[in-house]
Design a protein. Sequence first.
Length: 206
Amino acid sequence: MQKAQIIKFLIEKLQFRNESIKKLIDFENLVLNFNKKYNLISKSTEKTLFYRHILDSAQLVKYINFEKEGVLADLGSGGGFPGIILAIYNKNANFHVKLFEKSPVKRMFLNEVRSKLDVKVQILSDYRVNDISSNYIVSRAFKKLPVLLDISREKNKKPHKLIILKGKSAQEEINKASQTNLFKYRIENSITDKESGILIFNIEKK
């Protein structure tokens, strides 16, 4: 898909507003500029950034209810994928997005994005020393599934959805993770890669 096609898809299929599209384009420019000096994304994906990173992140809006009051935590946010994309989409003042990123350099970038694009996010250094307490936990290219399940179960006090963007290893990781039989989950197809999957777990709390 070309950039114009992706933008049309974001507007028509995922209901991104025109003002959000403008922020996504500005965000793309910020990523590319920062990437000249620091490694936010692979150099090989710079020319397909809108498809490989922005659309890949944006597809998660289908699985999140932004209409209700809530909190979303992005673990290992990196360059803001998917957290910044979801925050740009969100227009509910009572729905909050928290970005957890350990790298000081990447937090510096996220702070720049927050300031320049007026994106409503909270930027935190480490999920291990902060309160996750969220209705949704999202993750892209962060840690292996068993680790994410442990974090989700131990660090989040609320019933929540754990939404994980996974590559070709999605089904394999499901098969290997013994804890998966403790939770209700499903695998959705990724719209950016037919071999990738989106793992969605419903984590109940007693």
